[in-house]
Design a protein around this ligand. Sequence first.
Ligand code: NAP
Length: 260
Amino acid sequence: MPLPEKIGFIGTGAITDAMVRGLLAEPAAVPHVMVSQRSADVSARLAADFPQVLVSGDNQAIVDGCDTVVLAIRPQIAEEVIRPLKFRDRQKVISVIAATSREALLDWIRADVRLSQAIPLPFVARRKGVTAIYPPDADTAVLFNVLGNAVECETKAEYDLLAAASALMATYFGIMHRTTEWLAENGLPEEKGRAYLAPLFASLSETAIFVGKDADFIDLSREFATKGGLNEQVFEDFERNDGIEALRRALGRILKRIEQ
Ligand SMILES: NC(=O)c1ccc[n+]([C@@H]2O[C@H](COP(=O)([O-])OP(=O)(O)OC[C@H]3O[C@@H](n4cnc5c(N)ncnc54)[C@H](OP(=O)(O)O)[C@@H]3O)[C@@H](O)[C@H]2O)c1
């Protein structure tokens, strides 16, 4: 499946910035990118950094000028931005707008477009983002595989579940922060705690990716928990003190919010 010749972005905020930087990192994956002027500082910086980027103050000109259009505005204003636009039948449209259903998007678009939804994460800027996409679509998968890995969801339920899992990012850093804080309270300089924890957590994730399908996470958990050892004790404490239940409850609550 080919990558788009001309990809346009409606809404040039944080996630568009990350996607464009990922797509145009050397060697560039696409030849032409159009971005809407807003946010003006972000679009100006992208145009300054990449000769392939054209900025337009007219959202319709982006839809008309591109074969693939990415909708990257906030959900609160999505309808008022999308409704006035005229899309072409069979045009490729990728919405990264959170908490906005496929039905609502198609109702606002009012054309027989090929619509995908995606949850890109900021790591796409370094081509290291894992992106859930729905429904499965070869063109969309090719694009997000350039930016890291695309995970194609067969159902809306699968897509919502991955959206819920992506809500763990702040908690991940929160655990690192609380641990660094605790280390500091007990006498370890904060920068040493940071310098130790970030590579430790990175190595754990690398291990999980490396072993792939050969081991479940629980196998790895056991492998890293020597009988009667320190890791085993912390995990048991975490379970006994409701840590796992707190995690499951938080995920359940977030899923309910996503499904609304
Ligand atoms: N950030 C993430 O990691 C992430 C990940 C996945 C999905 N998303 C979703 O992606 C969407 C964008 O997120 P974001 O973080 O990039 O938000 P953001 O930084 O607030 O960007 C939204 C952009 O939309 C622009 N905009 C507002 N009205 C517009 C209009 N009429 N025409 C064109 N552009 C307009 C804003 O410009 P002004 O600043 O000039 O108002 C801003 O540049 C959201 O729905 C979010 O949920 C974000």
